[in-house]
Design a protein around this ligand. Structure first.
Ligand code: DAT
Ligand code: MG
Length: 150
């Protein structure tokens, strides 16, 4: 079982798309194990996007992420990280496949609605940064119909 850090960014919150994003992950069978609606302190935003600090768009990215509340979440599933990246679509909505969140709901590379961890190490780092220790998961009555071998 894997966990991934997901965030509906300030544009998604402002546009009333929190429920839409959550629905897409719920409908895939992913399990919500943590959620926090919050305004992001600058220091947390800078730590979260630390690997991009030398990119020209970094200052704008930090301004954007701290510009309004976000919905920070942790989702769990057998291949949560890859599933979520596929459901999100490519970073630039112009390159995202139809049916993905970014292709269906966004048109700008910066205001692209949603963040999802890009690998196991990143996921562990981001979950720790945003949530600390989340602890154990929980069983859903229909888990056996969604991932029967797990
Ligand atoms: P992703 O969010 O798909 O993991 P990333 O980690 O490379 O993409 O970049 C983080 C965010 O930074 C991305 O969601 C939007 C912003 N960003 C990336 N490339 C950008 C660019 N060329 N211009 C403006 N913003 C950009
Ligand atoms: Mg990324």
């Amino acid at each position: 079982m894997e966990r991934s850090f997901v965030m509906v960014k300030p544009d998604g919150v402002q546009r009333g798309l929190v429920g839409e994003v959550i629905s897409r992950f719920e409908n895939r069978g992913l399990k919500l194990v943590g959620a926090k609606f919050m305004t992001v302190p600058r220091e947390l935003a800078e730590q979260h996007y630390e690997s991009l600090k030398d990119r020209p768009f970094f200052p704008g990215l930090i301004t954007f992420i701290t510009s309004g509340p976000v919905m920070a979440m942790v989702w769990e599933g057998p291949i949560a990280i890859a599933s979520i990246r596929k459901t999100m679509g490519a970073t630039n909505p112009a390159n995202a496949e139809p049916g993905t969140i970014r292709a269906d709901l966004a048109i700008d590379v910066a205001n692209n609605i949603v963040h999802g961890s890009d690998g196991p190490e990143t996921a562990a780092r981001e979950i720790g940064l945003w949530f600390g220790d989340l602890g154990a998961s929980y069983d859903r009555a229909n888990d056996q119909w969604i991932f029967p071998t797990k």
